[in-house]
Design a protein around this ligand. Structure first.
Ligand SMILES: *Cc1c(COP(=O)(O)O)cnc(C)c1O
Length: 464
């Protein structure tokens, strides 16, 4: 298949090519045990081949797909490898992969309700059920995003809008002082980019001290807000992280929420990866206070393990994003406008990403997801215990499935261990900074990682 025929083949050809592709991908999945978890350096030959493809000559589709699969097989850190104990990039659930195929086949345009009522209802239903499970009040809503960064960015805009309704038309001058937002210094620092693009400037972000355990110090937070107010700033947003990216620490949610209420500020909980703890009964307890949030970020593509990229913005005040993202476009259908995603969120044309979580949650149930979450925590704890028995220490007292370990020789030895693991290639782990010091970070992100793999890795680390 090549040329225009490759764009719209007849249905028999599609079936044959699709079956061959399925077979090829299944083989790649089965072969992981023989593959490295690490990425190879791209070779000059391969880069030359890539550059030579200037699309003047049409190629056969099937061999071209093979070329790509072979490249990805070696030229990426392998998220689907059970030895990948990495940053929160999951091996995707099978149900979410199926959802991508279904969404591709129908390709619904879900920015407008009237164009895809079934898909919009399904996606909105998933959002509403997540909001309910998180404990947000009735009438809460939200939308899917490309990921946590987009959802957090919506929180910044909503906080500004809620504080100053004139902001949307007249900009930040209406505040009469520098609007400020508060996050911990261990938070996901994309907040700086968001402040920049919201027009309040990077200096608006206050990085609040932590308590030595990676959690925001609530009294430093109160002091900072107080001082800023005295100096003519306008505090608008408190962000509590529930599951810091590095170390899985949870900021004090209830004190942060209470302070935000007292000060008339927006309270956002960034639970991009930790949010999946709501699936587990014990996990939900660790997140007590999340229900006080005006808005919450949860990534479906992290611990819920859908394919990339799928984030969620949940809010108890859906009227605010409706003000932030409002628009009227003459060429857009008018009916059911209140339900249209394009007037309630940042994206316009939209992929049906919510189906990934709908199918996965539907097939696993909350209990199935709870099992998945608790199992990954148990495996991470096994990793911690194995290393503790060999004289390592755990730096973070996290309730979530992430382990930050310090080798017996101390923090400075971390890099050497990480290099040795990557050199070996059977596993992938990372170095992270926790409270200003390097730690070896491991986190189970793959539902196929098991005790044997954990034990092999810790055996390697204790004998290397
Ligand atoms: C991953 C992460 C983000 C960013 O989310 P993306 O999906 O990568 O855009 C934000 N906050 C926290 C706590 C995260 O772990």
């Amino acid at each position: 298949m090549h040329g225009r025929d490759a764009l719209f083949p007849d249905f028999d050809q599609i079936t044959d090519a699709e079956n061959a592709l399925t077979e090829r991908l299944s083989q790649a999945r089965r072969d992981y045990a023989n593959r490295k978890a690490t990425s190879a350096e791209l070779t000059p030959d391969w880069l030359g081949e890539l550059k030579s493809k200037q699309f003047d000559q049409a190629e056969e589709l099937e061999p071209l797909m093979d070329w790509v699969i072979n490249a990805l097989d070696v030229g990426s850190v392998q998220m689907t490898h059970p030895g990948y104990l990495g940053l929160f990039n999951p091996a995707p659930t099978f149900a979410s992969e199926c959802a991508d195929r279904i969404a591709s086949a129908f390709n619904p345009q879900i920015c407008v309700y009237s164009h895809a009522p079934a898909a919009v209802e399904i996606e909105q239903h998933v959002i509403n059920e997540l909001a309910r499970r998180a404990g947000l009040p009735k009438g809460s809503g939200g939308h899917f995003t490309s990921g946590g960064a987009e959802a957090n960015s919506a929180a910044v805009l909503c906080a500004l809008q809620a504080k100053c309704p004139e902001y949307s038309d007249k900009g930040i001058y209406e505040f009469g002082g520098q609007p400020t937002i508060y996050v911990s210094k261990e938070s996901h620092l994309a907040w700086l980019k968001m402040a920049h693009s919201a027009g309040i400037g990077r200096n608006a972000v206050r990085l609040i001290a932590t308590d030595g355990q990676g959690q925001m110090d609530a009294s430093c937070l109160a002091t900072a807000i107080d001082e800023d107010s005295k100096n003519g700033c306008v505090p608008v947003l408190i962000v509590a992280t529930a599951g810091t990216t590095n170390a899985g620490m949870i900021d004090p949610l209830k004190p942060c929420g209470a302070l935000a209420r007292e000060q008339g500020m927006w309270f956002h909980v960034d639970a991009a990866w930790g949010g999946a703890m709501i699936a587990s009964t014990e996990g939900r307890t660790a997140l007590d206070g999340i229900e006080l949030a005006d808005s919450i970020t949860i990534d479906a593509h992290k611990w819920f393990a859908t394919t990339m990229g799928a984030g969620m913005f949940l809010t108890s005040r859906p009227d605010i994003p409706a003000q932030v993202f409002r628009i009227s476009a003459s060429y857009m259908p008018e009916s059911e406008a209140a339900k249209d995603f394009y007037v309630n969120s940042n994206q316009w044309s939209r992929r049906f990403v919510g189906l990934r979580l709908f199918l996965a949650l539907g097939a696993a149930g909350w209990d199935g997801y709870g099992d998945h979450v608790e199992r990954t925590i148990r495996l991470t704890n096994r990793f911690t215990e194995n290393l503790r028995n060999a004289g390592w220490t755990k730096a973070n007292q996290s309730l979530m499935g992430v382990s930050c370990m310090v080798p017996p020789e101390g923090h400075d030895a971390v890099q050497r261990y990480v290099d040795a693991v990557h050199e070996d290639g059977r596993f992938w782990i990372s170095k992270a900074m926790f409270e200003g010091k390097p730690v070896l970070r491991a986190c189970v992100t793959n539902g196929r990682t098991d005790e044997a793999i954990i034990d092999q890795l810790t055996e390697f680390l204790t004998t290397v």
